[in-house]
Design a protein around this ligand. Sequence first.
Ligand SMILES: Cc1cc2nc3c(=O)[nH]c(=O)nc-3n(C[C@H](O)[C@H](O)[C@H](O)COP(=O)(O)OP(=O)(O)OC[C@H]3O[C@@H](n4cnc5c(N)ncnc54)[C@H](O)[C@@H]3O)c2cc1C
Length: 439
Amino acid sequence: MNVSEPGSDQVVDVVGIGFGPSNLALAVALGEGGRKASEKPVTSVFFERKERFTWHGGMLIDGATMQISFLKDLVTLRDPRSPYTFLHYLHQVGRLPDFINHKLLFPSRIEFHDYLCWVAESFDHQVRYGADVVDVRPVHSDGAVNHLDVVVRHEGPEGERISVQRTRNVVVGTGLEAHMPAGAAPGDRVWHTSELLHKVAALKEEPRRIVVVGAGQSAAEATEYLHRRFEAAEICPVFTRYGYSPADDSPFANRIFDPLAVDDYYAATPEVKRMLLGYHRNTNYSVVDAELIDELYRRVYQEKVQGRHRLKVFNASRLAEVKAGAEGVQVTVESVISRCRTVLDADCVVYATGYRPTDVRRLIGGMAGLCKADEMGRLHADRDYRVVTEGDVHCGIYLQGATEHSHGISSSLLSNTAVRAGEIADSIVAGVVGATASE
Ligand SMILES: Cc1cc2nc3c(=O)[nH]c(=O)nc-3n(C[C@H](O)[C@H](O)[C@H](O)COP(=O)(O)OP(=O)(O)OC[C@H]3O[C@@H](n4cnc5c(N)ncnc54)[C@H](O)[C@@H]3O)c2cc1C
């Protein structure tokens, strides 16, 4: 391993903000593609606000599967010889022949999570968990910015503590934030799907009715899970579409996630970018795996046959009012066609209303003024994901995610993580080597 652990007062080459799959892939790539053994190793440290490595823990639903092939793991597309492939993981845990017999391309989310944890374990020494990055400040010297100070808040048994880590490069891998519609206030009875399993585990009594808002993959998964989990409860999905729409995972459309598609998208004009994103939104947004749609339909039909109507779909409908109280939530559902209203007394409402990228400019607060952004506040990043800066700035800020507008639809997904992390690692290493050579 060619990455060393920094001392607390040491200037490091790389600080990774967030330690989800993107920056985990970066940790691997830095280790594998870092400088040759004879050179000074690239130093790096990652700050993660969670207490330990987890990946969408609230949605680790038994039976949910990955939306990507296991071959799109953290490394294979960059280097299939890496010891961190999904296949090597299977070999290590003694399941390789069983997995092959299973003939699976899309493993369960629980198994992929276990794979990610297995990789993350090897990088424990480089990660500070329970560490929330609250600012990134430029360090000025003689009019130039050669370093960044990353300000970190740590919560511990003795209370809050702030530390500062000086670095030459920052890689922002903070992922997406749960999104609730305006006016929806999360609480004991009003949840976002990102918390689903945790909230279900905390329920004090069996629910009688749950409303699920949305028609995307998470909405369909939550509906399927809650219907299966609570055998006596009525589950009421509410969405404005007429029906769930299938995800396009056909081979030609799937090319939009290929590493080469990033070059194409990056080179395209803004009009062409918008057009391509529009054509292929249904590979990822507001769509559901066809098998899951079939399963939900099968259940609705079976209940019709049996005369026990428990999965009640309110299609072409929206929530007109939600009143949460101590005993339950009163939900008024309105048909967008007839304007007819139905009042449901529910135990909980689950919002499957998606995610938004974290506001990187807010995160890097002190440094944001030196970074170029468009009129919508989105940061400009070069092809190597390095943010374009203004003035005499010699340190790098790289983005993992938050580049859909410039690098395409795979930016916040796993499909291209291995290659993207490799490209960022190469760019950082080239910069670090260049800086050392000129010192
Ligand atoms: C339920 C679910 C299933 C999905 N399945 C797939 C799939 O099958 N295939 C696919 O391609 N994509 C999938 N996605 C999309 C998802 O975005 C990617 O899977 C993946 O999580 C992206 O990794 P990431 O590391 O960029 O972001 P994240 O996984 O979101 O990780 C970001 C990390 O940064 C941490 N963080 C945030 N802010 C700070 C801060 N200020 N300081 C310190 N730490 C911070 C967070 O705690 C988090 O651990 C899924 C998304 C969801 C919600």
